[in-house]
Design a protein around this ligand. Sequence first.
Ligand code: CUA
Length: 397
Amino acid sequence: MRRIRSISIELRNSTRGPTVQQTEAELRSIVAKRQPWLKCPREQARAGARPGGRCRFQREGPGIDRSAGQRSWHVVRAWAGALLLWLGGCAGPQSALDPAGSGAERLADLFWAMLIGAAVIWFLVIGLAVYAVRLKDDPHHPVMGNALIVGGGVIFPTIVLAGLLTYGLILMPALRAPGDGLTIEVVGKQWWWEVIYRPPGGGPVVSANEVRLPVGRRVELVLSSPDVIHAFWIPALGGKLDMIPGRETRLVLEPTRTGTFRGQCAEYCGTSHALMAFAAVVMEEGDFEAWLAEQGRPAAQGRNAEAERGLEVFLADGCGACHTIRGTPAQGRIGPDLTHVGSRLTLGAGILANDVEAFARWIAHTQEVKPEAQMPSFGMLAERDLLALARYLESLK
Ligand code: CUA
């Protein structure tokens, strides 16, 4: 069967002829009855033409041979594919819709409530529009029209927005409740994160580009920035908060399950804003305490001759002016603390793997890997020195 894609109806008594699109079912009925000429008083009345005139029906365009069943199957498959693609964004280590923290759970609940509410309102409005355009020919009674404007345009939005505001206000106290002792300072830099742990009665323990949290505890993050505005966000764990120069903002995260998640700067902060990410690792309480104790120690020294050589290169080439490696003369504060850099999950704030090759690439091609970073590329290093330096840094577990 050839599919009829569209048909136009021309009013004989109008030279410029308004056209009306017919549904396929109507077209099939017309073709089946072999009635090329039909009366169409309704369309004529709409077009302001003489009632009782005649309409000419035309077939237009080539069709595709498909049964109704095949067509519905194609439509169902297309929608299912689109839905799968859409839902693909709902999982993963950086998804606010796959929560692993109490704050993220509340925000996800709010999101779904708003999404469902928005969908209901959308269908309601579209239903009304279809009713007004396609089903209702006569104008509304003025009383009905006014009731629609006041009810749909004033009362209904007021109730919906007041409900949403109330729901949001109910969520806020839980999101803003204080932490239970462990504080972590995070300072947004261009374009990396300084992370300072201040456990009760201990610390500080300085690290970078990775945030580790104990599961089931309410950890307070104190956020700041020395220069531009960044935004700290671990979507799977909680809400997003700006890091503003000249003030401290506070965010409490309460992870509900262990795992490795991904955080990302969520405020445009310069050329390498998109390259400002980090790993967020949620650990069992005991594992976290052991890890933090290890991070507080100075770097292990001189495991082998090449590591010694790497430290020599590090100090001779001035790396210590910007970086600290506790237990060595390197005490710089401009760049990340590298005391345990080899134990981190990533390099360069979430953009490279942590292995010897990545260290060498970062050191020799910094500006290509992270454009406009404060660290220059050290492409002038002899290959032997570069490799020794990379191996030394990778050994700093
Ligand atoms: Cu930091 Cu965007």
